[in-house]
Design a protein around this ligand. Sequence first.
Ligand code: CDP
Ligand code: MG
Length: 834
Amino acid sequence: PFGLQREVHAHLKEYLSQKSMSRESFSDKTLSRSIGNSSVTEEGFYEQQEPLTKTSVVMERILKRKSLRIRNQQQDWQESSEGQKMQEFRRSLPAYKEREALLNAISQNQVVVVSGETGCGKTTQLPQYILESEIEAARGAFCSIICTQPRRISAMSVSERVAAERGEKLGESVGYKVRLEGMKGRDTRLLFCTTGILLRRLLVDRNLKGVTHVIVDEIHERGMNEDFLLIVLKDLLPRRPELRLILMSATLNAELFSSYFGGAPTIHIPGFTYPVRTHFLENILEMTGYRLTPYNQIDDYGQEKVWKMQKQALRKRKSQIASAVEDALEVANFDAYSPRTQDSLSCWNPDSIGFNLIEHALCHIVKKERPGAVLVFMTGWDDINSLKDQLQAHPILGDPSRVLLLACHGSMASSEQRLIFDKPEDGVRKIVLATNMAETSITINDVVFVVDCGKAKETSYDALNNTPCLLPSWISKASARQRRGRAGRVQPGECYHLYPKCVYDAFSDYQLPELLRTPLQSLCLQIKSLQLGSISEFLARALQPPEPLSVQNAIEYLKTIGALDENENLTVLGRNLSMLPVEPKLGKMLIYGSIFNCLNPIMTVVAGLSVRDPFLMPFDKKDLAESAKALFSGRTFSDHLALVQAYEGWKEAERQQSGYEYCWRNFLSAQTLKAIDSLRRQFFYLLKDAGLVENNTEACNKWSHDEHLIRAVICAGLFPGICSVVNKEKSISLKTMEDGQVLLYSNSVNAREPKIPYPWLVFNEKVKVNSVFLRDSTAVSDSMLLLFGGHISRGGIDGHLKMLGGYLEFFMKPDLADTYLSLKKELEEQIQQK
Ligand code: CDP
Ligand code: MG
């Protein structure tokens, strides 16, 4: 095995360094592709170089002439009738009154914090004010303004809007750039991009040469990328004294940011919104004719039994929700209530989003209320889709002559996006189902009604158990206020909070910053690839630094998977991982999948792990569903390989136009399979973008049918998520190093196996309920673990073996440990020879 391992590692190392070399030489080339004294970087930013040479004097003259031409063009547009109308609209925005104050503050201070109500004109106007003032001063061709957005969709929609306000096409003076897409030209002066794109630019251009203004938008959201960018920019400011930094925020905790930047001046844009009438669940039920009846007044015995069961289930689930909310429920004695009639809503359940309740509220609005669009806040894409399906089947809400039903999501196509902003035909009511991105970054003008389910999906992270979870959780008071505010944009509005007032009272004031509630692995990789020094020291400089234990966990994890070496330096694998915007373990699987030319199945597995399980397990048909899944897994002892089979079968069925039937027959979710399909495509582009695969799909799938290889690559990605298998007389005993005895989720194909003929299972996720449960798993052999389960560090395979040795000793695998020891000896001898 040593020879084989050496070969694998040598192969990997050579492959990876070749790939990164070819990428570097590519960016070098693009970097130096000069246009006059300016050049276009890999990211396509326009960049000026220092005016040192003779040609640069000529260039400056050209730029001056260009600046004058830009000024004349703008004057022409502003004098046209359309331009005047636009000017009028822009002057009506609250930001306009502060224009001079803003520009003054920016010219006199390196950092300025701007706050104001959503919709007052921060995002669309402020960058334009800066651009206009530069153009007026005939410096139009000299400036370069970058405005970051937390989401792709806002970068795209805002840039389109700003270009329209300037009477231009996108890609002239205004452009955008998001991952894998962009629209910008040589003369683009104002660029809207995602925060991630600016971070990537910093990778090749640490000083942001040529950039005159950086505007970081929506900082109140406290996203991880934004908090990270602020640390980097804070370090950069002294090196670039002429660079201007503007921070924009919707809510009023501006002091926090101002003090972080040494007391930077704050400008508040006073906004105007119409009053919004607020309804909580109590009033909604009353208003719409449903009354809650105390539980003990229900006389129908059968019914009572059902409520009792519901009540018990509710109490059980309640242990999982925040204790504050629980207290509030106790006060309201809410679970003592249940609806009176059978056709009414099911008992309000603090743990789930009540689709019936939403449907009910929407129906009320459509039937009884004045005209105006409705904005519904949901938790995530899956919820939005399921609700949309349910509403479409509704006699009123699904009637296209009465209701225009739209979904709004971060990664949706731009044609679909535009519909959200358009006015519907007369008599048709627009209903937009959105995630919390519609809270601040997107403004839909005609919204009069807001329906708020009270939750948002957020990643939370428990450093002690080192387990991440993505769960819908209660929003903060600030978010609820923000959601409510969306109803009062154009006229007095109404907001339906679908939860009781007492629950609202228990919300926290602000949401915890993302940096404090998510695993930091990807971020740590970024810090290393941007060469920002020690990870812990760097993160200690954050606005609100994360727990040292979380940081340590992340570093340890990265060492374990081989992305960092013993001294916390980025390994070749780590450098490649930092180029992929996915979780490191999934990135590792993708990289291995492309190296070992089994990309198709691996992309399916990774997409499945990032979306959700497409196997449906309906409560009343669990047996049938489990058998269907077992057929897919065959004798592979792998949930992941079952997924690959199911996906390929579906693709084939789709080709024959029987995709839905196939899903129905096999208890699969067509929607999830579609999501997996589209994610796979994105992965392929990402890998291409990172220089890891060529366009030739055939070559990277040469070994896609080799089940053992796929198993091994899955092992490479999921390690150290590993447990040992001991086949007992009648059952299987599973053990992990951290938890001891563990169990399998009943959905796993391995849960039904009386014996597993492999010594190990690798898994992606474990969840602690009473015992520790493993979700999906794949069986792997000793040699797979030996060859793929560790890391390839710059120091060679020594570290790999050392770490694996720990596992082997722990699990007392003497024969394997022998192999390990002899490998180690051989290695040591080899090192001595060297
Ligand atoms: O950033 P902030 O929330 O302060 O506002 P904004 O995004 O700059 O939007 C200012 C105004 O421009 C909004 O109130 C909308 O009336 C309008 N707008 C629009 O009509 N279409 C867009 N795509 C974006 C903004
Ligand atoms: Mg904005």
